[in-house]
Ligand binder design. Structure first.
Ligand code: AMP
Ligand code: ZN
Ligand code: FE
Ligand code: FE
Length: 279
């Protein structure tokens, strides 16, 4: 069993990066990918711990792309280098994340909510790892929302009053810099695009043409029949059907590394098939 989608507090998860391989080992995973938003800052610590606990650490990240007027999340795998075109793109995205977060905090204040930028930053491991889930948890702790999802529904989700977009790269550009850095792109949780199946089929065909290596079919939050339909979609476009939990620690309740909500199981062979797509 493996898990190809997890977050640490290098972005908006709640566990330190070195806890991720330990949790994966305990869950019985042979390999785990750390895929923090826009950053590879956790990979060094995670890699060292993975060696200690006997788990394969796949260096990754998750990037929000502008695609078909939506935000398509893309997982990037096999990030083994310390610098290069991919790292430069990620640095640009983190800079814009800081700008977005400052504006988001201003919006919340203007709405009369008792939240400052500094308070939010204090909850993140670093200023540029701050994400909307941190703001959501802060709003819950201040009594301004009942739960993290409720805070998104009221203020933080796209179209809600405190929403501020952040810079998004085109998936073709991301595929280029990823390939130049020896990495492989995979479309994350494809149903988030909210396309009907014919439109999703066209979108996936386009990403396959751009050099994507896989599609996250076995996503913990999806029903078995959705995962199966997505795996068939991947196969039709010669993409690897990958999978993972999208574990975020306590900020996203009810998800475990490896098993997701209890019914997830991604086989070891998925990683071998994905590794064969490396440039
Ligand atoms: P950011 O990159 O800072 O814009 O935040 C993205 C994170 O917010 C991801 O981890 C998502 O899982 C989380 N997120 C996005 N929309 C929602 C939502 N409606 N409810 C709960 N979490 C969400
Ligand atoms: Zn996240
Ligand atoms: Fe995502
Ligand atoms: Fe994620």
């Amino acid at each position: 069993m493996i898990d190809l989608h997890t977050h640490s507090n290098a972005s908006d998860g709640t566990d330190p990066p070195d806890a991720i391989p330990a949790l994966a080992a305990t869950a019985g995973c042979r390999a785990v990918a750390l895929t923090d938003h826009d950053t590879v800052a956790g990979l060094g610590a995670a890699r060292r711990r993975a060696a200690e606990v006997g788990v394969v650490l796949v260096g990754g990240c998750e990037v929000s792309c502008a695609f078909l007027g939506e935000s398509a999340h893309v997982l990037v795998y096999f990030i083994d280098r310390d610098e290069g075109p991919l790292h430069e793109e990620l640095a640009r995205l983190r800079e814009d994340r800081v700008r977005r977060n400052r504006r988001l905090a201003e919006r919340l204040s203007a709405l009369g909510l008792p939240v400052t930028y500094e308070e939010a930053v204090a909850r993140a491991a670093r200023e540029d790892s701050l994400g909307r889930p941190h703001f959501a948890q802060l709003l819950v702790d201040k009594g301004a929302a009942d739960s993290v999802p409720d805070a998104f529904d009221r203020w933080l989700a796209n179209g809600r009053p405190a929403y501020v977009p952040k810079a998004r790269v085109h998936p073709g550009q991301l595929a280029l810099v990823a390939a130049a850095s020896g990495a492989v792109c995979v479309l994350a949780h494809p149903l988030t695009l909210e396309l009907d199946w014919p439109a999703l089929e066209r979108a996936v065909a386009e990403l396959a043409d751009l050099g994507f290596g896989g599609l996250e079919a076995h996503y913990a939050a999806y029903r078995p029949e959705e995962r199966q339909a997505l795996a068939q979609l991947a196969a039709r476009h010669d993409l690897v059907a990958t999978g993972g939990s999208d574990y975020h620690g306590t900020i996203k309740a009810g998800l475990a590394i490896g098993t997701g909500r209890g019914d997830l199981r991604v086989g070891d062979e998925v990683l071998e098939r994905l590794a064969a797509r490396r440039p």
